[in-house]
Design a protein around this ligand. Structure first.
Ligand code: ADP
Length: 461
């Protein structure tokens, strides 16, 4: 097992990794930006090292500075968390070249899956269903027009290097496609330095279903069931559940099997997630594989009892998976709400500033992942997520009821948050009935916000 881990991240995921290392008797070195000098993980880590100023380009994305810190502090492993350098193949390679274990798959696997078009081709060859679309990279807008005419509108123009919902545009007819192509390409070029594009048929308001995978260096690959992450705003997840509601046993099993097939096709090692879209007719299609731990991994942990970060670290240390597929049983239903410092009444604009007071919910099967405390500062430099509230119930309805109580108890003052919105969402009839798809929030958010206190009270059954 490792002796000393460099945590190359911040916020709640840095705390999550810190706690896990502590349990495993691994010393921690927190790599922090000057902005995060007083952060919670900086107060707990065995050692701390400043890797640069607030601007992430110069700190959390500064591979050379992070490697230098790991070497200076004699760390034998680096955990990248999610975001930042977690899916950066060059960074993983740099770790490999410096003899430091990267807690994740090999740089080659990251590169292979990071290029969404080549991942798509590989999956197609391996018999995993992919969304109908282009073969290979589009040579330009003329080819986009030709392919779209063949598969039929609407289509989604996507960047092969895309991530975080960026570099994607919908074209509903031939009149829109050139503009969509140029906008998506310009966005991808600016964000990822790569303007290679492909296109897929747009599946109208699908569900987003993803499967958690664990693979070790001994060739074992298992799944930990699926999550439904359909509650998205501008392609960003806001709420996740495990298992996915309202799926037939057969469909659920088929999706899980396809995910394992996808992971096997690349000989996947580490924790990873295979993402699918599911259409209204029950057809599902691979969209991408994330080669890191996901924000929403706790819902899977809640229903399986498996500590995904612990397994990820054990795998990186060359140990065999502690579980076989037959050991994995799903109990109950878990929901995660992402609490963001943002203003729901002002287009969800970030709301940074000082948290004057925070009280987190508690109780049986209520879990909070956060690094904020009363008096802490929410920096405008980073993601606005300040906490994840995760609950488990015997079934979906009891999980929803538990989440209502948890959100009622959650108190944050000093910055605006989406907590009230999430509370209202937990009372929305369609949500409660499990009628979710990726178009749900765009369609219903305004009505949910307008829902007044009286109807809130009336619905508290
Ligand atoms: P990113 O890496 O930027 O998150 P993804 O490929 O994972 O991009 O897509 C993000 C979201 O966009 C998905 O969760 C899904 O909601 C939607 N999406 C992606 N591809 C399609 C598609 N072909 N049809 C409909 N929705 C899609």
């Amino acid at each position: 097992m490792f002796r000393r881990m460099l945590i190359a991240n911040r916020g709640e995921i840095a705390m999550r990794i810190f706690r896990c290392c502590q349990e495993l008797d691994i010393e921690t070195v927190l790599a922090y930006s000057s902005e995060d000098a007083d952060s919670l993980p900086a107060q707990f880590a065995t050692k701390t090292v400043c890797i640069g100023p607030a601007n992430p380009e110069q700190s959390y994305l500064n591979a050379d500075s992070i490697i230098a810190a790991a070497k200076a502090y004699k760390c034998d492993a680096i955990h990248p968390g999610y975001g930042f350098l977690s899916e950066n193949a060059d960074f993983a390679k740099l770790c490999e070249e410096n003899g430091i274990a990267f807690v994740g798959p090999t740089s080659e696997m990251i590169r292979g899956m990071g290029d969404k078009q080549s991942a798509r081709s590989l999956m197609e060859k391996s018999g995993v269903p992919v969304v109908p679309g282009s073969t290979g990279i589009l040579s330009g807008e003329d080819e986009a027009v030709k392919v779209a005419a063949k598969i039929g509108y609407p289509v989604l123009i996507k960047a092969t290097a895309g991530g975080g919902g960026r570099g994607m545009r919908i074209a509903r007819d031939e009149g829109e496609i050139k503009k969509a192509y140029h906008e998506a390409q310009a966005e991808a070029q600016a964000a990822f330095g790569n303007g290679s594009m492909y296109l897929e048929k747009l599946i109208e308001n699908p569900r987003h279903i993803e499967v958690q995978i664990l693979g070790d260096t001994k060739g074992h690959i298992i799944h930990l069931g699926e999550r439904d992450c359909s509650m998205q705003r501008r392609n960003q997840k806001l709420l996740e559940e495990a298992p996915a509601a309202n799926l037939s046993d057969k469909l659920r099993e088929n999706i899980r099997r396809a995910a394992v097939k996808a992971a096997k096709a690349v000989g996947y090692v580490s924790a990873g997630t295979v993402e699918f879209v599911l259409d209204k007719e029950g057809h599902f299609y691979f969209i991408e594989m994330n080669t890191r731990v996901q924000v929403e991994h706790p819902v899977t942990e809640m229903v399986t009892g498996v500590d995904i970060i612990k397994e990820q670290i054990r795998i990186a240390a060359g140990l065999e998976l502690a579980y076989r597929q037959s050991d994995i049983k799903i109990y109950g239903h878990a929901i995660e709400c992402r609490i963001n410092a943002e203003d729901p009444e002002n287009n969800n604009m970030p709301s940074p500033g000082k948290i004057k007071f925070v009280h987190f919910p508690g109780g049986k099967d209520v879990r909070v992942e956060s690094a904020v405390f009363s008096g802490s500062e929410i920096s405008p430099y980073y993601d606005s997520m300040i906490a994840k509230i995760i609950v488990k119930g015997e079934g979906r309805l009891s999980a929803i009821r538990k989440m209502r109580v948890a959100l009622m108890e959650l108190t944050v003052s000093g910055v605006k948050t989406n907590a009230d919105f999430m509370y209202l969402l937990m009372h929305n009839e369609d949500y409660v009935a499990g009628h979710v798809d990726t178009g749900f929030l765009a369609k219903n958010s305004e009505a949910i916000l307008k829902w007044d206190k009286e109807s809130r009270k009336a619905s508290k059954k």
